[in-house]
Design a protein around this ligand. Structure first.
Ligand SMILES: C[S@@+](CC[C@H](N)C(=O)[O-])C[C@H]1O[C@@H](n2cnc3c(N)ncnc32)[C@H](O)[C@@H]1O
Length: 223
């Protein structure tokens, strides 16, 4: 069944300030884990490699087109560029922070036509698989009543652009702190994703066994 067309998300006012903060981080720290707000390279890469579990279920011989929403300086492309099973034929990274997009383009100057970095809060065309790592973590103190509808709208639009599957992570509520971050319950988002994916026959699963403060939800659609 074809998904019903979904409009691009409305962004809450907080998102402007969030882009500003991420811009300052990457200006100060460059293309590093701290430049995108992760405490270490290990936790950044672990999150990204867990997301890539989704590709382990793909036909290893069929090249894929991938979207990355909230790509930062493109760390996910660094992991995907040499992947062979399946090979990534096309990668598009989207980010709301101009400095992130500039840094990504500078980090991968020879990436050529396989790669695009686009200043946008939403994917502009379909792809096979979509990935979202850390994009909704920093909420700048926005109330859940504001943040959750925004995250849903943003993910719903992204999901609409993903033909074969999508994976995203969020911060786990069991490690809630006083920082202005969005912490949540995996079951709340698993229920949401199952409801969104059901009309397309999507299979949903969760991993929360890799870091105390994170979980990842996956959805795969039938071919
Ligand atoms: C924690 S960083 C993670 C970057 C990258 N995914 C990584 O793991 O290295 C979150 C990124 O999401 C971007 N971002 C936040 N909200 C966004 C939105 N609504 N649409 C696109 N990008 C967004 C920020 O500018 C920032 O670069």
């Amino acid at each position: 069944m074809d998904p019903v067309r979904v409009p691009p998300p409305d962004l809450p006012l907080e998102v402007d300030l969030i882009a500003h903060s991420y811009g300052a981080a990457v200006r100060a720290r460059g293309a590093t884990s701290l430049g995108v707000g992760w405490s270490t390279t290990d936790v950044q890469m672990l999150r990204l490699s867990v997301l890539c579990d989704l590709l382990d279920q793909a036909d290893p011989a069929v090249p894929v087109h991938v979207h990355d929403l909230g790509c930062g300086w493109g760390a996910l492309w660094g992991l995907l560029q040499d992947r062979t099973a399946p090979p990534v034929a096309q990668y598009t990274g989207y980010d709301i922070t101009p400095e992130m997009i500039h840094t990504a383009r500078r980090t991968y100057p020879a990436a050529g036509q396989r790669v695009r970095f686009v200043l946008s809060a939403h994917a502009e065309e379909p792809a096979d698989y979509g990935f979202v790592s850390g994009t909704y973590n920093f909420s700048d103190g926005a109330a859940p009543s504001v943040w959750e509808p925004y995250v849903e709208e943003s993910l719903r639009h992204f999901l609409f652009q993903c033909r074969k599957g999508m994976a995203f992570n969020l911060l786990h509520q069991r490690r809630r702190t006083d920082r202005p971050m969005y912490y949540t319950d995996p079951q709340r988002w698993q229920d949401w994703l199952e409801a969104e994916a059901a009309p397309r026959g999507g299979r949903v699963w969760c991993r929360d066994d890799y870091l105390e403060d994170d979980f990842t939800l996956f959805v795969r659609f039938p071919d």
